[in-house]
Ligand binder design. Sequence first.
Ligand code: 48F
Length: 263
Amino acid sequence: MAQIKETQITRLIVDSFAEDFRDSLELDVAVAGAGPSGIRAATVLAREGYTVGVFERDLHVGGGMWGGGMLFPRIVVQEDAKPMLDEVGVNLSARGEGLYVADSVETVSKCAAAAIDAGVKIWVGVAVEDVVIREDDRVAGVVINWGAVEMAGLHVDPLALEAKVVIDATGHPSEITRRVLEKIPGATLCNGADRVPGERPMWAEVGEASLVPNTQEVYPGLITSGMASNAVFAGPRMGAIFGGMYLSGQRAAELAMEIIGGS
Ligand code: 48F
């Protein structure tokens, strides 16, 4: 067996990380949040040849999906979203009326694997704490820091990456959109709002139906995806039905491609 030196392990890790990180400094699209909608958006974009980085504060991908509904590890999806899960090999059990049940662990894992296979770089443990702006206050990148630094409340200056488009897939808190409104004086969203109202109480059918229309370029260079879209436009929450998250991620990717043009 080959001799293994600890310093060699360290070098391999640091060098490999640095190579990938250097390649990610100028992205087509930076996605904040590795929940179902962010992962879907990133996968679609990477398959079309765009360079995409997903930055996830937590140490794992999947966002709110692992726990299914109230820790029963199952999710429900509707007919419209079925092809996106079929495509990555998720087993869906038909339960009538256009509804399907899937294992949440399987769904997270297969969607994440498909994203990686498509060329998406997923950076776990990395939080997006701010955006980069350019002329006319257009969003032009993300400001990142270790999630652990953020949690510890340490004063550590962040690093920044350029991106032609940023997708706010941070879920219910819609953190990136809120940050833009807080930090850019006089900023308003595409609907003229100067604040994020947050989501409304649960109404699964309306919440699901509003996700795609609410997926918009809310501010120049910034698109919302998934639950962040309903929080920004006061759509209702919907609980453990997830088809809309995939459809919203798909829409966010299409919008990003329209903004950027050909890859
Ligand atoms: O919450 P999340 O799963 O968002 P989503 O894709 O899906 C929503 C559903 O899970 C569920 C639902 C279904 O009906 O309503 O809630 O819209 O994933 C959001 C991810 O973003 C991460 C967070 O840790 C989570 O994994 N995140 C949040 N803020 C940041 C962030 C940030 N500032 N930087 C990086 N990651």
